[in-house]
Design a protein around this ligand. Structure first.
Ligand SMILES: [Zn+2]
Length: 387
């Protein structure tokens, strides 16, 4: 009897210890999940933008495709009307939120634009879901800070090239583009710039592309410019990629850009590479469609420490060395290619492309003021142009 009681006693002592240990593990796991979860929730918080006083209207992408309402791909659309009639330009940033120059250039437009003739529609976060997570295994910082004109810090998110996997899980093994049937790797299913012209009943990414194409159709957009950034070793870099119908305007803008000392390559949109905005919106809508690439070390495979400094300064010793060895497609000075250069190039190009359209087709003129040119961004910094 005594032996039995002591055995029961012994077992219950062991159970209590195991219970304590598992409670402790659960606590640790809980803390880790909470800490990581807080980061994920934070990444879904949309940073405010402060549009210029001449903003005419704010709409949402879901106004053009109702099934996007209450999804992470619904996003703000800023519409600026000029006093005089003219054409309509659509400018996109954040198609790839891991390319900060594209996003920030669109933000500077929203916060400064005053349209005089025609109309400009800006979507700074074209793939809003892709802002809600950074790319796995790339060690990107989640945010970066720019100091605004009044000295206040402004946080901007860095996202991924792709729609958040939580909004489109799982990827198929291969991605079949609609309607061409072109086959790409499965993760390209979530790449907005492989999804055009989109599908009203497709994946979230296809629906986002479809809604953007709907804006072009319903608002009778004449000119589309999509703002990007790419690795210095990538062949399509410091470039203006244009659909064949946009080639005339693009060529005129390239000459104007050279006149202000900015070299851009003019790249024709490949006719057999489907899903890209300049190809599909050029083929499926009446707009002249093009895309701008600036060069940033953040996108490159040769980069070293990937931190906020690299995002803003784009200064990296490995890229300086690669440039010395002649391995890059663009000049890469030891001081890097700072955000001022990348944003300044985008803004100057947008201005001169609109000017070319206005010169070539006066009925479609899009003219505006208050947007800084390349020199103004270099001299005062990007932050100065943020409200
Ligand atoms: Zn891109």
């Amino acid at each position: 009897m005594t032996t039995k009681t002591s055995q029961i006693h012994k077992t219950s002592t062991v159970d209590v210890k195991a219970l304590r240990r598992s409670a402790l593990y659960s606590l640790f796991i809980g803390i880790a999940v909470f800490a990581a979860g807080a980061d994920f929730v934070e990444q879904r918080r949309v940073e405010p933008l402060f549009p210029s006083f001449s903003l005419s209207q704010t709409r949402h992408l879901s106004d053009y495709l109702s099934s996007l309402r209450n999804t992470h791909c619904d996003t703000d659309i800023y519409i600026f009307n000029g006093r005089q009639p003219g054409g309509t330009a659509l400018i996109l940033g954040g198609t790839h939120p891991n390319e900060p120059a594209g996003y920030i250039s669109a933000v500077v437009l929203v916060e400064n634009l005053a349209v005089e003739q025609g109309r400009i529609i800006v979507i700074p976060r074209a793939n809003a879901s892709a802002f809600t997570a950074t790319e796995p295994q790339e060690a990107f910082p989640a945010v970066f800070t720019l100091t605004g004109r009044r000295g206040k810090p402004r946080l901007f998110r860095i996202g991924s090239r792709f729609t958040n996997l939580l909004d489109g899980w799982p990827d198929p093994i291969v991605y079949r583009h609609h309607p061409s049937g072109q086959i790409l790797s499965g993760n390209e299913t979530r790449n907005l710039n492989r999804a055009y012209p989109g599908r009203a009943d497709g994946t979230l990414t296809e629906r986002t592309a479809y809604a953007i194409a709907e804006i072009v159709r319903r608002e009778k957009v004449d000119l589309v410019i999509d703002l990007h950034e790419a690795a210095p070793e990538y062949p399509v870099i410091d470039a203006l990629v244009a659909h064949e119908r946009a080639m005339n305007i693009a060529a005129m803008a390239i000459v104007d850009l050279q006149m202000v000392g900015l070299d851009f390559r003019l790249e024709p949109s490949p006719p057999n590479f489907h899903g890209l905005i300049h190809r599909e919106l050029g083929d499926f809508t009446g707009a002249q469609a093009m895309l701008l690439e600036s060069a940033g070390a953040l996108q490159g495979r040769l980069r070293g420490a990937t931190n906020e400094n690299l995002v803003i300064k784009s200064k990296d010793p490995f890229y300086t060395q690669a440039a010395r060895l002649g391995k890059l497609q663009v000049p890469f000075p030891p001081e890097g290619i700072p955000l001022e250069v990348r944003v300044g190039r985008h803004l100057e190009a947008v201005t001169l492309i609109c000017k070319s359209l206005s010169d070539a087709e006066p009925a479609k003129a899009v003219l505006f003021k208050n947007v800084p040119d390349y020199q103004a961004v270099i001299e005062k910094g990007v932050g100065f142009w943020l409200q």
